[in-house]
Write a protein that binds this ligand. Structure first.
Ligand code: IPE
Ligand code: IPE
Ligand code: MG
Ligand code: MG
Ligand code: MG
Length: 310
């Protein structure tokens, strides 16, 4: 019997998403920056279009829940989660650009470069990326500057060369954009996905440990959990690309095969990818064992991430 039934989990995710939404609304509102800062209206509108009114808010959710595991709640984790969500939204805007995945639909609406224009999309993405670090450096995130610096450093790494950006580079290279296309091995795909998607989800979980100043063994456990759900998340994304449809996903389905992307679905087959997800959920249960019942929501989150329909 699951300690947190899936319907309770969905309710909790919905509640956190609403909390994140209103915090993001504040962070991108008229009073969000000091008075002397000029805010080009088109840039602000484009940033708000991208960030507000959509998205599962899974990354803020994981920050909040992993921080709660270490007894930290309130404004600090919420701000850290919003910083990560801003960086995630930037990654989606740039991922959708014509020179990247060339997508017209995101979160059920025209992508930013379609709704506005390409230059605005690039700049709004840049501004969301830098806003993420502005938010993380604020005192309300944590009173101890060392904790804030650790968050800034970890997010920089998760979002950068060895993380999301590096993974995006490998992803495009694997499509044969820069050199002759070559099939990736399973372990190459795992590495690529750990970077392009896993790193930000892993950061979400690590952030909880950092905010809670967790000891070495608890930090290692939450980090491992983050890596597992990060991997599960992209396998689910690749399965949805094959098994779902554009209306349900709010983004174009069936694009990976068309682009000849190497995914674990191509490497393992649909059945094999589902089996891998089951394995990862079981692994998540194992690494959370030391936390006992306190980690029940994170257990439910691993199941949700593996079985998500959008
Ligand atoms: C989509 O992420 C991009 C990937 C990393 C595969 P999400 O599925 O979390 O997107 P939103 O935030 O809910 O729209
Ligand atoms: C990209 O993965 C993940 C990011 C770093 C944004 P995908 O290209 O598969 O993400 P979707 O399917 O467009 O959301
Ligand atoms: Mg992509
Ligand atoms: Mg894409
Ligand atoms: Mg995808």
């Amino acid at each position: 019997m699951d300690a947190v039934p899936d319907h309770d989990f969905s309710r909790r995710l919905t509640a956190v998403a609403a909390e994140a939404e209103s915090a993001l609304e504040r962070l991108l509102g008229d009073d969000a920056l000091p008075n002397e800062v000029l805010r080009p209206p088109r840039l602000m509108e484009a940033m708000r279009y991208t960030v507000l009114g959509g998205g599962k808010r899974l990354r803020p959710f994981l920050v909040l829940e992993s921080a709660a595991l270490f007894g930290v709640t309130g404004e600090g984790p919420l701000l850290a989660g919003c910083a990560l969500e801003c960086l995630h939204c930037y990654s989606l805007v740039h991922d959708d650009l014509p020179s990247m995945d060339n997508d017209d639909l995101r979160r059920g609406r025209p992508t930013l470069h379609k709704a506005y224009d390409e230059a605005t999309a690039i700049l709004a993405g840049d501004a969301l990326l830098t806003l993420a670090f502005d938010i993380l450096a604020r005192e309300d995130v944590h009173p101890d500057a060392k904790v804030r610096i650790a968050l800034v450093r970890e997010l920089g790494r998760a979002g950068g060369i060895g993380g999301m950006v590096g993974g995006q580079m490998l992803d495009l290279a694997a499509e044969g954009r820069f050199e002759a296309k070559r099939a990736l091995s399973e372990s190459e795909i795992i590495t690529l996905q750990a970077m392009k998607t896993g790193a930000l989800l892993r950061f979400a979980c690590r952030a909880g440990g950092i905010l809670g100043q967790a000891d070495a063994s608890a930090s290692a456990a939450i980090d491992r959990y983050g890596a597992i759900v990060g991997q599960a998340f992209q396998i689910a994304d690749d399965l949805l690309d094959v098994e779902s449809d554009t209306a349900t996903l709010g983004k174009a389905a069936g694009k990976d095969a068309a682009a000849g992307k190497g995914t674990l679905v191509t490497a393992l087959g649909i059945e094999g990818a589902h089996a891998k997800l089951d394995e990862l959920v079981a692994e998540a249960e194992t690494v959370l064992k030391p936390f006992g019942a306190k980690a029940d929501t994170l257990r439910a989150a691993a199941r949700f991430i593996a079985n998500r329909r959008t």
